[in-house]
Design a protein around this ligand. Structure first.
Ligand SMILES: Nc1ncnc2c1ncn2[C@@H]1O[C@H](COP(=O)(O)OP(=O)(O)OP(=O)(O)O)[C@@H](O)[C@H]1O
Ligand SMILES: [Mg+2]
Length: 374
């Protein structure tokens, strides 16, 4: 596992940049497709790209979390909303012969979890079920319910503020799992797939992610009778969630000075910002950006910069600009914000981790400009 982590860590930086280009441009094409009234096939293809990039993003995130190179970003998440949103994507990439049903009797099913981790959990379980079901076709059923504190089947250990246990069942009518390997399926690298087909990390990741947020996973399966994975999470009070309530990302019209030394990303982020209504002046060279800023520091409301750049790093750049204009709002968008040491001494900078989507970028920009939390 450690080797995987080191490997993941060393490629994560480039990988996240690549992903940000894919995710950002997919979102931009979706907006264009909406404006232009694109044909159904195009939407399906876009859905495939979106789900593939979300999987890739979740996978690299999980590998880093596994290796403890990057903590998960837990927040209060309504699992019901998350599942609905995710199934829309999963259905696109599932063969028509597999039906996916979802029922719930709790709409307020909130727990503290990294949304990317939750995405990965549901994705891995559905993916396994689809593979187990095979070409014949079959049925996957998800059921979300709650169990009162103290009632049988719930979590024994619950945080003080928990309202009870949320239970998610993921059931399939595939071939089932033989009793002798049921204990092993959660082990890292355990797979019954041919070499080169499966990593065997799917369920290990599920188990890790679920226990990271104080939950538990159970498996019930009999040969010939399908499999049922039971996930338990502490049910926590629903918080007002700005991001979840407004589905439209917040817009703005401020003037942004953008610096990213990678060509494709520079183009992508600039277009994302322009789509959100901002006026953007963008540079791939931090030195040229600094010259422009020195010439007319009042021309910009906020600077948004990459961290790792050859000439000057993002933190130094912000520092230099603030020597001229101490009140300058600043945000760093970087694929590897674990090392806060580099940011020592500079305050009041919002850090955003790549890859970030349009909604994430939109909220981060508002928070940077208005001051406060993203
Ligand atoms: N729903 C299921 N039905 C039958 N067998 C399953 C199911 N889910 C998991 N398994 C068994 O558990 C094993 C481990 O699953 P896991 O998701 O950890 O890895 P994998 O699916 O083999 O590889 P990867 O997830 O990388 O594609 C699988 O190889 C399979 O034998
Ligand atoms: Mg799997």
């Amino acid at each position: 596992m450690e080797a995987v982590g080191i490997l993941a860590g060393s490629i994560a930086h480039d990988f996240n940049n690549v992903l940000m280009t894919i995710i950002g441009n997919t979102e931009l094409i979706k907006l264009d497709a909406q404006d232009l009234g694109a044909p159904d096939d195009l939407w399906v293809s876009l859905g495939h790209i979106e789900i593939a990039s979300r999987r890739a993003r979740a996978l690299i995130g999980q590998l880093l979390t596994f290796a403890r190179q990057q903590p998960g970003r837990a927040r209060r998440l309504n699992l019901h909303h998350a599942i609905n949103e995710e199934l829309e994507l999963i259905r696109v990439s599932t063969p028509a012969s597999v039906a996916i049903d979802y029922h719930t009797d709790v709409e307020n099913a909130a727990t503290d979890i990294d949304p990317t981790a939750f995405f990965q959990i549901v994705m891995n379980l559905c993916h396994n079920a689809v593979e187990a079901i095979g070409d014949k076709g079959g049925q996957i059923t998800l059921h979300l319910s709650r169990i009162e504190r103290g009632q049988a089947g719930g979590l024994d250990k619950l945080p003080k503020n928990a309202l009870g246990t949320i239970r998610l069942l993921v059931r399939d009518n595939g071939p089932g799992i033989p009793a002798d390997i049921q204990q092993r399926v959660f082990e890292p690298f355990f797979s019954t797939k041919p070499i080169g087909k499966g990593t065997g990390l799917g369920l290990a990741i599920v188990k890790n992610m679920v226990s990271d947020c104080g939950g538990r996973v159970k498996l019930d399966s009999r040969l010939g009778q399908g499999s049922c994975f039971t996930l338990l999470f502490p049910q926590l009070p629903v918080l007002e969630d700005k991001a979840e309530k407004n589905s439209r990302p917040p817009q703005g019209s401020e003037r942004i000075l953008l610096i990213d030394d990678e060509d494709t990303l520079f183009y992508t982020i600039r277009r994302m910002m322009a789509r959100l209504g901002y006026q953007v002046e963008a540079f791939t060279s931090p030195a040229l950006a600094l010259l422009a800023f020195e010439k007319s520091p009042q021309n910009y409301d906020v600077v948004v910069t990459d961290m790792m750049m050859l000439e000057i790093n993002g933190a130094e750049l912000i520092e230099k600009m603030r020597q001229i204009r101490p009140d300058l709002r600043a945000m760093i968008v970087s694929s590897y914000i674990t090392d806060n040491a580099m940011l020592d001494g500079i305050e009041d900078v919002l850090k955003v981790r790549k890859p970030v989507n349009m909604t994430g970028l939109a909220h981060a920009l508002r928070a940077t400009i208005q001051g406060g939390e993203a």
